[in-house]
Ligand binder design. Structure first.
Ligand SMILES: [Zn+2]
Length: 376
């Protein structure tokens, strides 16, 4: 493959310079359109609830349809003065490109664009192609990829497989791909007791004492045997509030919040039942249990083999098929029955002050993406 690196670098710079702090797109999807339309792509806008969403679609010279999914929004910069270079200036220095979104995930989108340009100029026959791009990934993810998938479903356009360009790699491009993610359940615990004087407990009902029992019961739930290839279910209480600040007041109200990352050996219904059973001892305790994100898993398949072989072909790296980390937009595609794999740049500076990417990584990832497109 002739050197594709200047194209990937150029696209990354152009995207970083478009300030797109979530949920703003900042003109990034217009830029993507300007790259793709000369390659024969048509853009379908699926803007919803003030969010910019685009599907770019191109008929194939070969059977099958391959989608690439990603987001143009980035997380806030934090104090800009603490960045070594301004976060939206896209300064390249010493083989490194600096800027918010360099790794997560404007760099990944740029590499897919450069790979498409390469395949087109080389007249490589390609499958049907889609790019599913949202500006609502880093925020609420309410009107983003899920709306794109709904559009594809209702227009009978679902792809045969999808690559999500999130930065999956640990220390070398391709050393880690994600084939699944744990799901997320949120638990809001609230306790109504009766406020009173701490020297007269017979006239009060301590909400904190009830809350402690509920938290203890939830923390000691046996989540059962975890599904293979996944980290076990984890329940973390991240907020507990109660008390009036005075040393002699029994609190009448207490609240707590738990974030559960569940292994797909369980489902939401099983989790809800176990929590309600564990907390049924106290009538004062109210629970609000919500399913925030579904778990997903792509079993061994041709897509995973193709991605692994493409990585090995380009840089000889041995790939770990992983399911770690938080949730991702891959879940919306997987829920629609599409085999999903996440492959992107390294993730050692994502969301940090001074986010940056090695320019050599852009070159490697572009080559790997071109291999995947060519051999799909
Ligand atoms: Zn991301």
């Amino acid at each position: 493959m002739s050197s594709p690196s200047p194209a990937a670098l150029k696209h990354t710079v152009e995207l970083i310079r478009r300030r797109s702090v979530t949920p703003d797109d900042g003109g990034c999807q217009d830029y993507i359109d300007s790259v793709l339309s000369p390659l024969g792509f048509t853009r379908i806008r699926v803007d919803t609830g003030g969010i910019t969403n685009s599907i770019y679609i191109r008929p194939g010279e070969k059977p099958g349809t391959l989608a690439f999914a990603g987001h143009t929004d980035v997380v806030p910069t934090g104090p800009e003065a603490r960045w070594p270079h301004p976060p939206f200036a896209a300064v390249a220095e010493g083989g490194v490109l600096h800027g918010r979104g360099a790794q997560d995930m404007k760099g990944g989108i740029a590499c897919w664009l450069a790979a498409l340009e390469y395949c087109c100029t080389q007249n490589i026959p390609m499958p049907g192609l889609q790019l599913l791009i949202t500006s609502d990934e880093e925020g609420d993810s309410v009107d983003g990829t899920i709306r794109l998938v709904e559009y594809l479903q209702s227009h009978d356009l679902l792809p045969d497989a999808a690559v999500v360009g999130e930065p999956s790699s640990s220390s070398q491009v391709g050393d880690t791909i994600r084939r699944g993610r744990r799901g997320v359940v949120h638990v809001y615990v609230s306790v109504e007791g009766k406020q009173g004087h701490s020297a007269y407990p017979q006239d009060a009902d301590n909400a904190i004492h009830h809350a402690i029992e509920a938290l203890h019961a939830i923390l000691h739930i046996d989540w059962g045997k975890p599904a293979a290839d996944f980290p076990p279910t984890s329940c973390q209480f991240t907020n507990v509030k109660g008390g009036e600040g005075a040393s002699n007041v029994i609190p009448g109200r207490a609240t707590a919040f738990a974030d559960i990352r569940y292994n797909p050996g369980l489902d939401f219904e099983a989790i809800r039942q176990r929590i309600e059973t564990a907390c049924s001892v106290s009538a004062a305790t109210r629970l609000d249990i919500r399913h925030e994100a579904a778990a997903f898993y792509t079993p061994d398949c041709a897509l995973l083999d193709l991605v692994e072989n493409s990585i090995r072909q380009v840089n000889g790296v041995q790939t770990l098929r992983d399911t770690g980390g938080g949730t991702s937009d891959g879940r919306f595609l997987a829920t629609a029955g599409i085999p999903v794999v996440e492959l992107g740049l390294t993730n050692d500076t994502i969301h940090q002050i001074g986010e940056r990417v090695a320019i050599s990584e852009l070159d490697e990832l572009t080559r790997i993406y071109a291999e995947i497109i060519t051999h799909f």
